[in-house]
Design a protein around this ligand. Structure first.
Ligand code: NAI
Ligand code: MG
Length: 371
């Protein structure tokens, strides 16, 4: 009997519902194939929630998220809600749910599909076959450290202040996420810091070394200053397997890595919380892109970023590696066949819409399952 997996689906705004529909079809396919049983709850977040309830993160959504095994989000926001005060904007719903679930680890893979390697702005041999994972600390560091703020000194000078703060438990838990991931990949972790200038990251480096020595003897741990890491990412990104870094450095490096791969429409992400005593951890999966209001409702959006976010869910929340591989292989075949949404369109390729891209992936899944 197939396991029951509780999934909260939050389609959100703009292209969110359109791309999510394609994921729901793939979930249905896996159920029909007898691989798994999903218990899906649909919830409201962002602008859709504001319209229905007055706020971007209704209590029911949060309760459902906590009761689920994993959350899958489309995207939130759009011009309709742009003039609302900051506190009740759609994006607050996203920040709120991340905070409430304690999602401290942000996983951003940068994978270059062979068929799209030529679309990169970098040379083909630099990016072809690229498959790296950036693990960004998400709930600490300079974005949250105290004291912070802007003050006026007695002499009238104004002073802006933010604090870079990490404690040993915060460093160790993000280090563990990175090293656990690396154990299932190339067993290499590069920890990125600025230990030549920032004391806080001297501690970061010391704790990473301690963790590796005490718990991950098989991991090859290296260290890099963030300025060098940014150069190496565009010079020779294939030297990396897993990179782990602070909130701010990860924000910047993950966007750099993303651009090695081409389109926003291809980029998935995962955000993980702490595991409880039973090994259950909160997890949220979402594409990197936003709600793309400029193309919403026109069957133009690329659903692959959200489908790939779903395959991350299969891997990291449900340990369904074979099914994740099947879907990713189907995507690879579809891309190799020259099927493209507008955002990844290339000369000589066949341009399709959101639904047709879903059709093509499902058709390849059928073919692969039949062998
Ligand atoms: P965006 O990612 O929505 O769009 C940027 C550009 O990329 C647009 O031209 C869009 O058409 C294109 N694009 C994005 N995803 C695509 C896809 N799947 N297929 C094809 N083309 C795609 O970023 P933008 O325009 O800065 O923000 C639009 C709205 O989304 C704003 O309200 C913003 O606050 C929100 N947003 C939400 C995020 C989230 O929910 N995680 C993240 C980023 C922005
Ligand atoms: Mg960013």
């Amino acid at each position: 009997m197939a396991d029951v997996k509780k999934v909260l689906v939050l389609p959100g705004d703009g292209i969110g519902p359109e791309v999510m529909t394609q994921v729901r079809r793939i979930m249905g396919w896996l159920e029909d194939a007898g691989k798994v049983k999903f218990e899906v709850t649909e919830g409201l977040l962002g602008g859709a929630a504001i319209d229905a309830t007055g706020g971007p993160m209704p209590d029911e959504t949060l309760t459902a998220a906590k009761a689920s095994d994993a959350v899958l989000l489309g995207a939130v926001g759009g011009p309709k809600w742009d003039d609302l005060p900051f506190d009740i904007k759609p994006e607050r719903g996203l920040l709120g749910i991340r905070k409430e679930l304690g999602l401290f680890a942000n996983l951003r893979p940068a994978v270059v599909f062979d068929a799209l390697a030529e679309a990169s702005t970098l040379k083909l041999d630099v990016v072809k076959g690229l498959d790296i994972m950036i693990v960004r600390e998400l709930t600490g560091g300079i974005y949250f450290g105290q004291p912070r703020g802007i003050e006026t000194l007695p002499d009238g000078t104004r002073k802006g202040l933010n604090s870079l703060v990490y404690t040993t438990p915060e460093i160790t838990r993000i280090g563990k996420v990175a090293m656990d991931l690396a154990m299932k990949r190339g067993k290499k972790v590069c920890s990125v810091d600025k230990a030549n200038v920032l004391e806080c990251t001297v501690l970061w480096r010391e704790e990473m070394i301690k963790l590796q020595q005490e718990q991950y003897p098989e991991i090859e741990l290296s260290h890099m200053y963030v300025d060098n890491a940014s150069m190496q990412l565009v010079r020779n990104p294939k030297q990396f397997d897993v990179m782990v870094t602070t909130n701010m450095f990860g924000d910047i490096l993950s966007d750099t890595a993303a651009m090695l791969t081409g389109s926003l429409g291809m980029l998935p992400s995962a955000s993980l919380g702490d595991a409880d005593a039973n090994g259950k951890r909160y997890a949220l999966y979402e594409p990197v892109h936003g709600s793309a209001p400029d193309i919403a409702g026109q069957n133009l959006a690329n659903p692959l970023a959200t489908i790939l976010s779903f395959t991350m869910m299969l891997r990291y929340s449900f340990d369904m590696m074979a099914e994740a591989d099947l879907i990713e292989q189907a995507i690879q075949t579809v891309l190799n066949a020259g099927i493209r949404t507008g955002d990844i369109m290339q000369e000589g390729a066949t341009k399709v819409g959101t639904v047709e891209m879903g059709d093509a992936v499902l058709k390849e899944m059928d073919a692969l399952a039949k062998g």
